[in-house]
Design a protein around this ligand. Sequence first.
Ligand SMILES: Nc1ncnc2c1ncn2[C@@H]1O[C@H](COP(=O)(O)OP(=O)(O)O)[C@@H](O)[C@H]1O
Ligand SMILES: [Mg+2]
Length: 303
Amino acid sequence: MIELRGVTKAWPGGAGVQALDLTVPEGTCCALIGPSGCGKTTTLRLVNRLVEPDAGSIRIAGQDALAQDPVQLRRGIGYVIQEGGLFPHRRVGANVAVVPALLGWDAARTRARVEEVLALVGLDPAVYRDRWPHQLSGGERQRVGVARALAADPPVLLLDEPFGAVDPLRRAQLQEEVLALLKRLRKTVLLVTHDVQEAVRLGDSVALMRAGRLVQHAPPAAMLARPADGFAADFLGADRALTRLGLFRISDAARDAATVPGEALPEATTLRDALSAMLERGVRALPVTEGGSLSLEALLASR
Ligand SMILES: Nc1ncnc2c1ncn2[C@@H]1O[C@H](COP(=O)(O)OP(=O)(O)O)[C@@H](O)[C@H]1O
Ligand SMILES: [Mg+2]
């Protein structure tokens, strides 16, 4: 659990972060969004004390983070920045081993752990361990960054726009994979992104900031349905109702027993894609692969 209470940091001339209250329950992911310069990165760096607050309290797993030795604190917090933040003159294996080395692990234990976390993020250790960062694609560098953050098995992860440098086609897959992994490992995650679609897909909750202040903190579907104000509505986009439909699947909607003609869609299809298929075909009902059909009325009722 990460708990920020009244956390404030003023930068000379900038908004910084003002009186921020934010709780991220154990094992959940909070996606932090907002315009460039609103204080997202500052918030992450306050949590791992790369930035010291002017006021407020920060608790991690019930412990007062501000009373701990910052170096000690950071060993319990994985931090992934854009592009992975790898050391360019160290091979992949040495990059992943940075924290185990700081913790004084012996060579055998470190080597075993490096292999384990590389495999966890989907990189074959035999292929990748001895490569240089410049020999990797953006997505591979990002995976190595995540592997490095996981090496000492910290309970908390801070991810700062970690998927920004990955090409759009691969981004969705990498996002899903990494978040599924962090969920499986029961990590508590604070994820910064400026991408609304990414935030609502990956966050158990979404925290929207503006000029250093928290505008709204809510589960994605609730925020998309009820933006707190005009700024939130604008930031979430005019298509926020469609974005919200993308969070639900045909299997979440009521199904008609009767079948209808046409190519069937699997029940894992999002309601957004189902609506799109109805528009494309000019029909009010679609057959579902697993049986029965989805009507436009059922789709609208399931919101
Ligand atoms: N080390 C710093 N010194 C002075 N101002 C800073 C520093 N870091 C961030 N700022 C200012 O704080 C504001 C928020 O920055 P940041 O947290 O990086 O925003 P975001 O990540 O949301 O784009 C910006 O106006 C930025 O210029
Ligand atoms: Mg930033």
